[in-house]
Design a protein around this ligand. Structure first.
Ligand code: PEP
Length: 259
């Protein structure tokens, strides 16, 4: 972590907790997230629970994100949800380019860039994900792959430095219980920051780069202690309020610790 950047702990609920369970989970997270002035915390419920969770969390220290958006603002796009709709439901951020969207729903680099552009145009904070597969890592292609993915949208982020967020999520670490070691994560985060710096030093200084991939209460502190890890995107552990709160508390403790 670097004191110049406020850490962000984001919980991605994926296709879980879409109704009353989402409101109960949100309430539990909010109860454990008091006075997190040094850390930003948000949860990303499924579309069906967005408005209710935003209502539940209003006036608390926890914000709401969506997990995806359609690049167009409205129109004949059956089954899709647009940025203005997300804003109206109470979301302030949106996850874009998650590896599950890339692998299962065909979100190419170009589509991810369109979605980042749409989010920015509509005033939603994009949390744009990049990450290599196990095959790509084993072939020594990690930095090439995440660099290509970042390049697709990096110039868009430069329009408003510090607003957009990047999340490094190695595909092989998502939902597998395998996590990148702190040094492995730091290596990739530093490379991503260097790529941001090539566009603009201000962008590099101000952009938060989150780590995601089997982050849990017991490994969060070591990951978050790395210089270029500015927070976490949490999947499985975000469905357990106590675990998620413990991760944000680890960030809070580190952010408050004297350097
Ligand atoms: C994710 O899906 O963004 C994620 C990081 O999941 P998990 O924490 O379960 O690996």
């Amino acid at each position: 972590m670097n004191p110049a950047r406020k850490p962000l702990i984001a919980g991605n609920w994926k296709m879980n907790a879409g109704g009353a369970a989402g409101c109960a989970l949100a309430a539990d997270v909010a109860r454990g997230t008091t006075a997190h002035d040094r850390v930003e915390v948000l949860v990303a419920p499924p579309f069906t629970a967005l408005a209710a969770v935003a209502h539940e969390l209003s006036g608390t220290a926890v914000a709401v994100a969506a997990q995806n958006l359609h690049p167009k603002a409205s129109g004949a796009y059956t089954g899709e949800v647009s940025g203005p709709m997300l804003l109206e439901a109470g979301a302030t951020s949106v996850i874009v380019g998650h590896s599950e969207r890339r692998a299962l729903f065909g979100d190419s680099d170009a589509v991810v860039a369109e979605k980042v552009a749409a989010a920015l145009a509509q005033g939603l904070r994009p949390i744009a994900c990049v990450g290599e597969t196990l095959e790509e890592r084993e072939a020594g292609r990690t930095l090439e792959v995440v660099g290509r993915q970042l390049d697709a949208f990096v110039r868009l982020l430069a329009e408003r430095p510090g607003f957009g967020v990047v999340a490094y999520e190695p595909v092989w670490a998502i939902g597998t219980g395998r996590t990148a070691g702190p040094e492995q994560a730091q290596e990739v985060h530093a490379a991503l920051r260097a790529r941001l710096a090539a566009v603009s030093p201000t962008l590099a200084q101000q952009t938060r780069i989150l780590y995601g991939g089997s982050v849990k209460a017991d490994n969060a502190r070591a990951l978050l202690a790395e210089a270029d890890v500015d927070g976490a995107l949490v999947g499985g552990a975000a469905l357990d309020a106590a675990a998620f709160v413990a991760i944000s508390a680890a960030a809070q403790a580190l952010a408050g610790a004297p350097s």
